[in-house]
Design a protein around this ligand. Structure first.
Ligand SMILES: Nc1ncnc2c1ncn2[C@@H]1O[C@H](COP(=O)(O)OP(=O)(O)OP(=O)(O)O)[C@@H](O)[C@H]1O
Ligand SMILES: [Mg+2]
Length: 318
């Protein structure tokens, strides 16, 4: 039977459910609704946003902030929005000492180098992913629902992670080649073997990439039935495949229902939308579920509204 919504996720619930797509198509709506759904079903659920312009707080009408916050009206649901300043602070706490150890093994530097490295491009993204990884392996959650940054954003995180991984491998090889010269230069200043530190970082990057490729991780493409959305969806789908991330389905949001198409204006709009719905079904329908989320007459805000949308996105099997 064709799914009407995402109810098929109840049968085989992924450990990580990501929502990806272009700006404003409804990623936060789908992610929040899905997280509410699984929490209501009794799963320990974490809703996380790595969007640098986060909107979970607005959607939940709560000040979530950079700390993991329980949602009192939905037992079992916790929410966190990564605050990127906070991310850099946490990165320094976690890796600062290692960075200093590593670099001071090569060069006569003082601890200011930590600040410098912490400000380097990609470090916040790198940490955002290792933060998700820690929560994933921590075992505290049955399901992690991930509200990602628009379109390229999250995949950039992965590109950086992949680059980082490759570079670490290169760094280790380079270090081996120059090791004896460096040892003479630094006269054994390093407290720990730099190769070990590089190796640990490399392992962490690999773990993150493996988590994304895991069979228990599913990305959903969220789009609107318009050409811009459809084209962007294709690009995001291609990128996800390139990283070996499994795509679990497509959600076409903002669809005007037949009842809603009650004026010439709305009938014309619905006809336009249906052409794109058909195109999406033709492209993806053969390999994955393609479901629709109708446009609602209300704004999606607050937990009570999310519970209403939950009934639409996760209809009871008939
Ligand atoms: N099916 C729907 N019916 C009515 N309103 C909707 C629906 N889906 C989303 N919205 C509204 O559309 C707006 C954008 O949705 P949302 O914030 O989920 O998109 P997004 O993809 O997360 O955006 P961004 O890329 O900015 O993070 C919100 O104001 C939300 O309330
Ligand atoms: Mg959003």
């Amino acid at each position: 039977m064709d799914p009407r919504g995402l109810e098929f996720l109840d049968e085989e619930t992924p450990r990580i459910i990501m929502f990806c797509g272009k700006g404003g198509v409804g990623k936060t709506t789908c992610a929040s609704t899905t997280a509410v759904h699984f929490a209501l079903k009794g799963y320990r659920t974490l809703l996380i946003s790595t969007d640098p312009a986060p909107s979970l707080s607005d959607m939940l009408e709560l000040d979530v902030g950079g700390a993991i916050t329980p949602i009192p009206s939905v037992p079992g649901l916790e929410v966190v929005e990564l605050d990127y300043d906070d991310v850099v602070e946490k990165w320094k706490e976690k890796f600062g000492a290692e960075v200093y150890e590593l670099i001071s093994a090569f060069l006569p530097v003082d601890e200011d180098i930590i600040e410098y490295v912490a400000g380097a491009p990609g470090i916040d993204e790198e940490f955002a992913l290792s933060y998700v990884y820690d929560l994933y392996v921590g075992g505290g959650y049955d399901v992690i629902v991930w509200d990602t940054a628009p379109a390229g954003g999250t995949l950039n995180l992965l590109k950086i992670e992949e680059t980082f991984y490759v570079h670490l491998g290169e760094a280790a090889k380079m270090y081996v080649r120059v090791r004896s010269a460096l040892d003479a230069l630094t006269q054994g200043r390093a407290k720990r073997d730099p190769l070990k530190i590089i190796g640990e970082w490399e392992q962490l990057a690999k773990n993150v990439l493996d988590m994304m490729k895991d069979d228990g991780t599913r990305a959903f493409l969220v789009t609107i039935p318009e050409a811009l959305g459809v084209n962007q969806t294709q690009r995001v789908a291609d990128d996800l495949r390139r990283f070996g991330i499994r795509v679990g389905g497509v959600v076409i949001n903002h669809v005007l229902t037949e009842e809603a198409a009650d004026s010439d204006f709305n009938r014309a709009r619905r006809a336009m939308q249906l052409r794109h719905v058909e195109e999406l079904e033709k492209t993806y329908g053969g390999t994955m579920p393609v479901v629709q989320l109708p446009l609602q007459p209300y704004e999606v805000r607050g937990v009570e509204t999310l519970k209403k949308v939950e009934k639409i996105l996760f209809p009871e099997p008939t």
